[in-house]
Design a protein around this ligand. Structure first.
Ligand code: MRU
Length: 414
């Protein structure tokens, strides 16, 4: 099979002044592009997870503000009026979701321009010298830079991560496992953890299989990662979240020693779990999609690598460790219900294309008054992490202290 990566998939389209996102609530069955005309629509799309993934929500918040300003450019009376409007909207966009630091980092960049302009206004008695148009252009360019940099960062993460894993595992063939969706749909393109997987697939021969977890309850794995891997023709299997320990144990032992040898597949052993993150703190603690923590414990148990892949925009040096990362809790209905499509028979599907009859939500637990506990993220302690791959290179632990020096690494590579 030819290993060619197309990366044609995308979470968003930016064509100044217009922003569109692909509605990820409808994927993989329907590809519907949704226009985002203002900050309010960007906020709604992020909150309802029509767009999701840490880098993607930072970029959509930035471009959401940019499109808003470009559409309203004649509505502002003066610079002060415009700066107040920008500050109100960055504060509003920050409230869309709490865990991914990329959203806050993107809004910080916009607020910094507001601050600079305020200072300029204060210093000059009359006009700041910067016209409304110039201020809007600065904000729009900042948002466009977020978009451009994220794609470049992901390519670099892919390259560094693939080189690191190949160096660790030499010539032997291996499989990897990933959780949630960290690909083109979660970023401005290519992906972080999935970027490493794309690079391993295209540029090396050692990695010959990918496992992706379904990632209940929102099913980012079964709906989105499986969709991306399938589109790229990467050899993969979808696994239930609860099957991972068994998978890693059995994949690392000879087939004939597996209970009853009912597993007929002859795949390479899983040697690495590769995930993305919503926030990495100064000590390397990592918040990511719920379920990541237990995967790290499994990796430790079986001695497989546990790799975190992030752009440096996901690193929050203001927090010493993961204990103060805000964790988002979402509605219990995401746990009690599943969404999908009703299909026609296989025969009808073959004759008529995809065979979807209707979109449907199904209750998979009893009706009644009980709690469904639904944390959207968890925090993996740095002790369980082998390496953190960034666009600047790979952060590994200091051999003498056994700790990550994330700050020192970033300072050295700035
Ligand atoms: C490159 S995306 C990294 C993370 O944002 C991803 O792993 C994740 O947890 C996404 O969560 P989501 O709730 O889908 O926004």
């Amino acid at each position: 099979m030819e290993r060619k990566i197309t990366t044609s998939m995308s979470a968003l389209k930016w064509n100044r002044p217009n922003l569109e996102i692909i509605d990820q609530l409808l994927l993989p069955h329907e590809q519907v592009w949704l226009p985002i005309k203002n900050a309010e629509e960007a906020h709604k799309a992020i909150k309802t997870m029509q767009v999701r993934g840490a880098p993607a929500i930072g970029v959509v918040a930035g471009l959401g503000l940019a499109t808003d300003l470009l559409h309203k450019k004649d509505a502002f009376q003066n610079e002060k009026d415009l700066l107040e409007y920008i500050a109100e909207n960055t504060a509003y966009l920050r409230s869309a979701r709490p865990t991914a630091v990329n959203l806050f980092e993107a809004m910080d960049r916009m607020d910094k321009h507001v601050e600079t302009e305020h200072l300029r206004l204060k210093e000059s008695k009359e006009a700041s010298g910067n016209t409304l148009e110039t201020i809007i252009e600065t904000i729009v360019r900042e948002a466009e830079t977020l978009l451009e940099n994220d794609v470049l960062d992901n390519r670099a993460i892919g390259k560094y991560g693939a080189e690191y894993l190949v160096a660790r595992h030499g010539e032997s063939r291996f499989s990897v496992l990933t959780h949630c969706n960290t690909g083109s749909l979660a970023t401005a393109g290519y992906g972080t953890a999935l970027g490493i997987i794309r690079a391993l697939w295209e540029k090396t021969t050692q990695m010959d299989h990918v496992y992706c977890t379904e990632t209940r309850p929102y099913n980012q794995g079964s709906r989105l990662t499986a969709y991306e891997l399938h589109e790229e023709n990467i050899d993969f299997s979808l696994v239930c979240d609860s099957a991972v320990s068994w998978l890693i144990k059995t994949s690392n032992q000879p087939a004939k020693t597996i209970n009853n040898s009912l597993d007929k597949f002859d795949r390479s052993p899983v040697k690495a779990i590769i995930v993305g993150a919503d926030r990495v703190t100064a000590n390397g603690d990592t918040a990511n999609k719920v379920g990541t923590y237990q995967l790290a414990i499994v990796a430790k148990n079986f001695g497989v690598d546990f790799i975190v892949a992030v752009p440096s925009t996901t690193i929050d040096l203001s927090l010493d460790n993961g204990s103060s990362i805000p964790i988002e809790y979402r509605s219990g209905t995401e746990v009690t219900n599943v969404s999908g499509v009703v299909l026609e028979s296989a025969d009808q599907q073959q004759r008529k294309g995809n065979g979807i009859i209707e979109r449907s939500t199904v209750r998979v637990s009893p009706f009644g008054d009980f709690e469904a506990y639904n944390p959207s993220f968890d925090v993996t302690p740095c002790e369980l992490i082998t390496a953190i791959v960034t666009e600047k290179g790979v952060i590994t632990k200091d051999a003498s202290t056994g700790q990550f020096d994330v700050k020192g690494f970033l300072e050295k590579h700035n």
